[in-house]
Design a protein around this ligand. Structure first.
Ligand SMILES: *Cc1c(COP(=O)(O)O)cnc(C)c1O
Length: 417
C-alpha cells in the first residue's frame, strides 16, 4: 500500500473526522486483532443507538404505571405518539409533515400506496421497475398486477438502467401506469436521478413512486420539491431503528384531499378528533395519516423516534459530507487492493451517483457468501453478501470509521487472490 493508505493514516483521519460512533453500540469482533467489529453492513441493518434502550424502557414503564390511561397520561402519550415521528421523518426526506407518516413495514406500505396509486386503465397498465429490483418490490408489483386481473409477465416491465427507463417512457409512455424504482439500488448502490426520472414519468402521464429503503438517511432527499406521487422507506437500514422497524410513507400534497382516491382504511384512517365518535363512515384527514389503518405499535415507534432525533441533531448535510469523504476513502483503498484480483467495483465512480455503499462483484473461485464469512470470522469485518457474487460494503457515516474501511481493504487484500 502507498503511504496515504497505511493503518496509521486511517487512525489520523479518524482523529480529524471522527463521526458519531460513540452514540452507538458496535458489535464485538468475531475474529481478528481488534475488539470491535469493522461494521460495514449498516445498509442492511443499522447499529443500535445507545439512547434507544433507555427511551424504550420509559415507554414500557409508562405502560406499567398507567395501563390504558397511558393513551393520554404517558410521558409521551400513545394516542398522538406517531405524530412525534412525523416532523423529523418529513425533514429527513424533504417532505411536508402533512405528506408524511411512519407506519407498518416497507412492503406493506408499498401495497397500501399502490392500492391508491396503481390504477391501470385501458392501455395504460404497465409497471416499470428496475431489473435488479429488490425481490420484495418485484413480488409486490407482480401481485398488484394479478390483483387487478392482469398478467404480471405482460404488465411488469423490468429495465436495466435509468437510461432504459427514460427511453421507455419516451417511446411507450402512454402504456405506463406506474414507475416504481429504488432511489438507491440495493445491489449496486447506484443513486438514481430521482428528480429527472420523476419529471419524465409525470410528463408521460404516469404515476411515480420511489422505494427509498437504501436512500433514506443515506442521501439528501427533497421529495416534495421533486414532485413524486408517493414514496416509502424502511427504518432499519441507514436509520438504525432496529430489525423490522416501522417504515415511512410520503404522499405528495396534491393527492391529500382527493376524495376519488381509493384507499384501504381502518379506524386510524379517520380524523383523530372524531375517531371516538365511532361513526360507521370514516372522515379521513387531508394528510398522509389517512393511509394509516390500525392503531400503531408504541414500542416499535420509540426506536424510530430516537433514531430520527439523531438525524435531526446532526443533519443530513453534515452526514452526507462525511459520507462522501468516507466512501471516497474506501474507494481509494479498494483501488490499491483490487487491480490484479478477481474483484470489480459495481457501484458508479461518480460520488453524485451513489450513497455510502460500494458493491463488489467477486469472480470464481471466490463466492460472496464464503468471502463475507471469512472476513467476519478471521478479521472481524462485517459486510453483506448477495449470492452468488456481490459483496456490499457500506461505511455508514454516523458510526463507521476510516479504520473500519482500512480493515476491510486489508482483509480483502489478504483473502482474495
Ligand atoms: C430492505 C428492502 C426491502 C425490505 O422490505 P420489508 O418490507 O421491510 O421487509 C424492500 N425493498 C427494498 C428496495 C429494500 O432495500
Amino acid at each position: 500500500m502507498t503511504d496515504s493508505m497505511t493503518e496509521a493514516r486511517a487512525h489520523d483521519l479518524d482523529r480529524s473526522d471522527p463521526g458519531w460512533r460513540e452514540l452507538f453500540l458496535v458489535p464485538p469482533a468475531d475474529g481478528g486483532d481488534h475488539t470491535e467489529s469493522a461494521y460495514l453492513a449498516g445498509n442492511s441493518l443499522g447499529l443500535q443507538p445507545r439512547a434507544t434502550r433507555g427511551q424504550l424502557c420509559e415507554d414500557l414503564d409508562d405502560w406499567a404505571r398507567f395501563g390504558v390511561e397511558g393513551h393520554h397520561d404517558a410521558k409521551r402519550p400513545w394516542y398522538p405518539y406517531h405524530e412525534l415521528l412525523t416532523e423529523p421523518a418529513a425533514r429527513l426526506v424533504g417532505a411536508l409533515p402533512a405528506e408524511t407518516v411512519v407506519m407498518n413495514s416497507l412492503t406493506v406500505n408499498l401495497h397500501l400506496l399502490m392500492v391508491s396509486f396503481y390504477r391501470p386503465r385501458g392501455n395504460r397498465v404497465r409497471i416499470l421497475i428496475e431489473d435488479s429490483a429488490f425481490p420484495s418490490d418485484s413480488y409486490a408489483v407482480r401481485s398488484q398486477a394479478r390483483f387487478h386481473g392482469l398478467d404480471p409477465d405482460d404488465t411488469v416491465v423490468r429495465l436495466r438502467s435509468e437510461r432504459e427507463v427514460l427511453d421507455h417512457l419516451r417511446t411507450d409512455g402512454d402504456t405506463v401506469a406506474l414507475v416504481l424504482l429504488g432511489g438507491v439500488n440495493y445491489l449496486t448502490g447506484e443513486l438514481m436521478d430521482i428528480p429527472a426520472v420523476t419529471a419524465a414519468a409525470r410528463a408521460a402521464g404516469s404515476v411515480v413512486g420511489w422505494d427509498l429503503a437504501h436512500a433514506a438517511g443515506n442521501v439528501p432527499l427533497r421529495l416534495h420539491e421533486w414532485g413524486a406521487d408517493f414514496a416509502a422507506w424502511c427504518s432499519y437500514k441507514y436509520l438504525n431503528a432496529g430489525p423490522g422497524a416501522l417504515a415511512g410513507v410520503f404522499v405528495h400534497e396534491r393527492h391529500l384531499d382527493d376524495p376519488s382516491l381509493p384507499r384501504f382504511e381502518g379506524w386510524w384512517s379517520t380524523d383523530a378528533a372524531t375517531r371516538f365518535e365511532m361513526s360507521p363512515v370514516s372522515r379521513p384527514p387531508a394528510s398522509a395519516d389517512a393511509w394509516q389503518v390500525s392503531n400503531p405499535p408504541i414500542f416499535a415507534m420509540g426506536p424510530v423516534r430516537t433514531s430520527l432525533e439523531l438525524f435531526d441533531r446532526i443533519g443530513m448535510p453534515a452526514l452526507r459530507e462525511r459520507s462522501l469523504r468516507l466512501t471516497a476513502y474506501l474507494e481509494g483503498l479498494l483501488d490499491e487492493v483490487l487491480p490484479g484480483r478477481p474483484v470489480e467495483l459495481l457501484t458508479p465512480r461518480d460520488p453524485a451517483r451513489r450513497g455510502a455503499q460500494l458493491s463488489l462483484r467477486v469472480e470464481p473461485p471466490h463466492d460472496a457468501g464464503g468471502l463475507a464469512r471469512r472476513l467476519r470470522h478471521e478479521y472481524g469485518v462485517i459486510t453483506d453478501a448477495r449470492e452468488p457474487d456481490v459483496l456490499r460494503l457500506a461505511p455508514a457515516p454516523l458510526y463507521s470509521t476510516h479504520h473500519d474501511c482500512w480493515r476491510a481493504a486489508d482483509a480483502l487484500a489478504r483473502e482474495v487472490s
